[in-house]
Design a binder for this molecule. Structure first.
Ligand SMILES: [Zn+2]
Length: 329
C-alpha cells in the first residue's frame, strides 16, 4: 500500500533574488487553499535562514505576512520541516541585492560547531515565529539537496530532534560538491542510515525517506511546462554537436522527481500509475512516496488539484512525516 507525502520547499531563489509576494506568499496561499479543500496535509520545508535575514534587514515588506502564513499553516495541522540554505546566514547587502556566502553552500561540509550553530539558530527562529517554544521539527531537507558527507551533520540533526531526512533522490548527482545518489538501496522506499545516507544501516538512528524519482530518457523531461523552468538548456547540445553525439545524448537518462508544481497532469498520472503497478508486485507494508514542490515553481494549480482528486478517488492516503514515523520504526 502506498501513501503520499507532499513536501513543499517554501523559499526564494538560492541566490537571494525575487520577492516574497510572488515567489512564496501568493503561491503558498493557493496551495494551502487547495490542500484544505481536500483535507490533505503538507510538509512545509520553511527555509529559515533567509526569512530571519529578510526580517532583520527589513528588505521585503511582506516578511510579516510570510511569518503569519507559516504560523497559520502550523496551527492548521501542516507539518513544518527544517530546511536550511546556509549560504544565507552570512549574506550581505549590496545595491539593494543579497550577496549570499557561497563558501557555506553545503551544510555538510562545514565544521561540527558551525553546523550545530546553524541548525540551532534555524530551529530557534522557527520556534519564535510559530510562537511555540516546544516546537521541534522531526523532518529535514538539506538546501540544494546536498546531504553528503552525511556525518557529522546527521548526528547533529538527531541531537536536535530530527528523525527523518528527505534530502535525496535516486539518480541525483552534484559533481562539484562530490554528492552522488546514483546508487541507493535497491527496491526500498525508506531505510535507516548512519555514516552515509545512501547506505542502509539497520542500526542507524536516522531514517531516510527519499524524494520519489524515476530515471527517464532525457526527452521525457521536455514538456512545455518544464521548458519554462529550464530555459531550453537541455536542447542546446543537439543543435551544436554532431550526429554521434546526438545518439549519445538520446541514451542519457535523467532523474525525474515526482514534482507536483513542475509536472503536467499527464506526467503526474503516468508516474502514479507506474508506482501503483510496482506496488501491486509486492503489496505488503506501507510505502511512503515523497512528492516535492516549490512555491516559486507553481504555475498551474490545476495539475495539483488533479493529483489530489486522483489520490482521493483511488483511496491513496496523504500524510505528513510526523504522522507516519511510528509506522516505519
Ligand atoms: Zn531549498
Amino acid at each position: 500500500m502506498i501513501g503520499l507525502i507532499f513536501t513543499l520547499d517554501y523559499e526564494l531563489y538560492g541566490d537571494g533574488s525575487g520577492n516574497l509576494k510572488d515567489l512564496v506568499l501568493e503561491p503558498a496561499d493557493i496551495l494551502l487553499e487547495k490542500f484544505a479543500e481536500h483535507s490533505a496535509p503538507l510538509v512545509i520545508f520553511v527555509e529559515a535562514a533567509e526569512f530571519e535575514l529578510i526580517d532583520k534587514y527589513k528588505t521585503d515588506a511582506d516578511i510579516d505576512l510570510i511569518q503569519r502564513q507559516i504560523g497559520m499553516a502550523y496551527k492548521s495541522g501542516h507539518e513544518i520541516g527544517l530546511h536550511i540554505h546556509p549560504q544565507w546566514y552570512r549574506a550581505t547587502r549590496n545595491n539593494e541585492r543579497w550577496i549570499v556566502d557561497r563558501s557555506e553552500y553545503n551544510l555538510c561540509r562545514l565544521a561540527d560547531e558551525r553546523i550545530r550553530e546553524i541548525v540551532k539558530r534555524a530551529i530557534s527562529y522557527l520556534r519564535n515565529i510559530l510562537g511555540d517554544p516546544n516546537y521541534a521539527p522531526v523532518s529535514f531537507r538539506a538546501g540544494n539537496w546536498l546531504f553528503q558527507p552525511t556525518q557529522p551533520a546527521a548526528r547533529i540533526l538527531y541531537e536536535c530532534g530530527i528523525r527523518i531526512d528527505s534530502s535525496i533522490f535516486k539518480g541525483g548527482q552534484f559533481k562539484e560538491y562530490a554528492v552522488d545518489y546514483r546508487r541507493l538501496p535497491k527496491n526500498r522506499y525508506y531505510w535507516r542510515f548512519e555514516e552515509d545516507v545512501v547506505k542502509e544501516n539497520a542500526a542507524g538512528k536516522m531514517l531516510e525517506i527519499p524524494i520519489y524519482s524515476r530515471m527517464v530518457p532525457f526527452w521525457q523531461m521536455i514538456t512545455k511546462k518544464r521548458l519554462q523552468f529550464e530555459k531550453g538548456k537541455e536542447s542546446g547540445p543537439i543543435h551544436n554537436d554532431k550526429w554521434r553525439n546526438i545518439k549519445k545524448f538520446l541514451r542519457l537518462r535523467y532523474p525525474k522527481k515526482l514534482d507536483f508544481c513542475r509536472m503536467t497532469e499527464r506526467e503526474l498520472k503516468e508516474m502514479i500509475e507506474e508506482i501503483l503497478k510496482e506496488d501491486r508486485k509486492s503489496a505488503s507494508g506501507y510505502k511512503p512516496i515523497v512528492a516535492i514542490g516549490h512555491t516559486k515553481d507553481l504555475i498551474d494549480v490545476g495539475s495539483v488539484e488533479f493529483l489530489l482528486k486522483y489520490l482521493f478517488d483511488n483511496r491513496i492516503p496523504v500524510n505528513t512525516f510526523r504522522q507516519i514515523y511510528n509506522r516505519l520504526t
